[in-house]
Design a protein around this ligand. Structure first.
Ligand SMILES: Nc1ncnc2c1ncn2[C@@H]1O[C@H](COP(=O)(O)OP(=O)(O)O)[C@@H](O)[C@H]1O
Ligand SMILES: [Mg+2]
Length: 396
C-alpha cells in the first residue's frame, strides 16, 4: 500500500496544516498591489519547521495569479546567479509562455526578441551585460503591462553572502520605492535572520512581514495525519491518532516522520490497514529514532568539540540550564562559557529561556545528547554537577 507521507526536507506534505494565516497574508500582499507590507516576507524557524514548504506555497500562490517566480537559495554568488541565469531564463520562458496565438501577435507587434522597457532582451550571454537592477526593471516593466509581477524567493538566507544580500536588498528597495510589481519572500534560521536584520545596509528587510513558524496545534496535527491516511485507505483508531499526534509535539517534520513510520512498520508486520495504539507507538518510536540522524546529527556536526561539550553538559539538567552551572561542569570560567553560549545562540541551537537560563531549540535534542553522550564526548571532561543538579551518572 502506498505510504502517503513525505518525510523529506523541502518536499511538500500531503496536507499542509496550521499555516492558513501566514498564507492568507501573502495572498493579500499579492492582491493589494505595490506597497503592501507583505510584499517583503520573511519566514523564520528551526530546521524542519516548514520554512521551505512555505516558500513553495508562496510560489504556487504567486504562479496561480500569473506571477513569474524566481527561486534561489542563499549560497554565495546569489547576484551572479540571478544576473547570469535566473533572470535571463525567466525572460526566455516568458517568450515561450506567451506563445498562444493572440498573445504572440501582440508581442510580435512589440518586436522580438523580447522587447522589455526599451531594452531588447538578448539570449543569456548578452544579457550578462545588464546588472541586477536593469534586468529587474526591464522584467517588471513588462510584467506591469500584463498586470502581474515578479516574485523572488531566497531559501536558507542564513547562508547567503552579505555582499550579495546587500545588492539584492538595495535593488528590492528601489523597486518598492518605484511601486514596481515585485515581491520577495525569504526563509532562514531565526538567529541568523536577526543578525542579517542588524546589518545597517539591510534595514529595508526590517520592515518585511516576519513570520516565525512554530509548532502546529494538536487539532491540525491530527488532521495532517488522519486525512492523508484515510485518502490512502488506512483506518486509525481515536486512541492511536491521539498517541501519534502527541508523539509529534506539533513539530512539522515529525508529523511526516511519525505518519511515515506508522504506515511503514504496519505493513512490515501483518497485512492490515488498521492503525491501533500498538502500531502508533511503534511509529512514534521509529520516527523519533530518525530525528537524531535527520535533524540532530546535521545540526551538531558543524560544531566544534567545545560547542558539543557545552550542549552535552546542558543535557544533565531536566529543563533550562544556567550558564554558570555549565561553566562548572566544563571546568572553565564563566566568560569562556558565555562566549560559547553566544556562539550557540547565533547557531540557533540554544535560546535564552529567561532568568539567565538557556534551553535547547530543537525538540528531543536533550534525549539525543543523553543517548549519544558516551560516544560524542569524553564523560571524564565533565565536572560533577553542582549539588542541586543531577550528577552525570544519574542524569544520563
Ligand atoms: N505545516 C505543515 N504541515 C505538515 N507537514 C509539514 C508542514 N510544514 C512542513 N512539513 C513537513 O516537514 C518537513 C520539513 O519541512 P521543510 O519545509 O523542509 O522545513 P525547513 O525548511 O524549515 O527545514 C517536510 O517533510 C514537510 O513536508
Ligand atoms: Mg528548508
Amino acid at each position: 500500500m502506498e505510504n502517503p507521507f513525505r518525510p523529506s526536507f523541502g518536499v511538500n506534505p500531503p496536507l499542509l496544516v496550521g499555516r492558513d494565516a501566514e498564507l492568507l497574508d501573502f495572498v493579500d500582499a499579492l492582491e493589494s498591489g505595490p506597497g503592501a507590507p507583505g510584499r517583503a516576507t520573511l519566514y523564520t524557524g528551526l530546521r524542519g519547521v516548514g520554512k521551505t514548504v512555505m516558500l513553495n506555497e508562496a510560489e504556487s500562490l504567486a504562479r496561480e495569479r500569473g506571477w513569474v517566480v524566481v527561486s534561489e537559495t542563499g549560497v554565495p554568488g546569489i547576484v551572479d546567479r540571478l544576473v547570469q541565469s535566473r533572470l535571463p531564463e525567466v525572460a526566455a520562458q516568458l517568450e515561450v509562455a506567451v506563445g498562444g496565438a493572440e498573445t504572440r501577435r501582440r508581442l510580435t507587434s512589440v518586436s522580438l526578441p523580447f522587447h522589455l522597457g526599451g531594452v531588447t532582451w538578448q539570449p543569456p550571454a548578452a544579457a550578462q551585460q545588464l546588472d541586477l537592477r536593469a534586468q529587474i526593471n526591464a522584467l517588471t516593466d513588462h510584467l506591469a503591462d500584463h498586470s502581474t509581477g515578479l516574485l523572488i524567493t531566497v531559501d536558507e538566507l542564513h547562508r547567503a553572502d552579505r555582499a550579495g544580500m546587500r545588492e539584492l536588498v538595495a535593488t528590492l528597495q528601489h523597486c518598492f520605492r518605484e511601486q514596481r510589481p515585485i515581491a520577495f519572500a525569504g526563509a532562514g534560521l531565526p538567529a541568523a535572520i536577526t543578525d542579517l536584520l542588524n546589518d545597517d545596509v539591510l534595514t529595508f528587510l526590517r520592515r518585511a512581514d516576519r513570520h516565525h513558524l512554530g509548532a502546529v496545534d494538536p487539532a491540525d496535527v491530527s488532521d495532517a495525519l488522519r486525512t492523508p491516511l484515510h485518502a490512502a485507505g488506512y483506518e486509525i483508531t481515536d486512541a492511536a491518532l491521539d498517541m501519534a499526534t502527541r508523539g509529534t509535539g506539533g513539530y512539522p517534520f515529525l508529523i511526516q516522520l511519525v505518519g511515515y513510520w506508522t504506515c511503514r512498520t504496519l505493513t512490515n508486520g501483518q497485512p492490515t490497514t488498521l492503525i491501533d495504539t500498538t502500531a502508533a507507538a511503534a511509529g512514534v518510536q521509529a520516527a523519533r529514532r530518525r530525528l537524531g540522524s535527520l535533524v540532530h546529527e546535521p545540526a551538531l556536526q558543524d560544531l566544534s568539540d567545545v560547542d558539543r561539550t557545552f550542549l552535552t553538559a546542558m543535557a544533565l539538567d531536566q529543563g533550562p540550564s544556567r550558564t554558570a552551572t555549565i561553566a562548572d561542569r566544563m571546568g572553565v570560567d564563566t566568560n569562556y562559557a558565555a562566549q560559547y553560549r553566544r556562539r550557540l545562540i547565533a547557531a540557533d541551537l540554544i535560546t535564552p529561556a529567561g532568568h539567565g537560563r538557556i534551553d535547547y531549540t530543537l525538540p528531543q535534542l536533550r534525549e539525543y545528547l543523553r543517548e549519544h553522550a558516551a560516544s560524542s564526548v569524553d564523560h571524564e571532561d565533565l565536572q560533577p554537577a553542582a549539588p542541586e543538579h543531577p550528577s552525570p551518572s544519574t542524569g544520563m
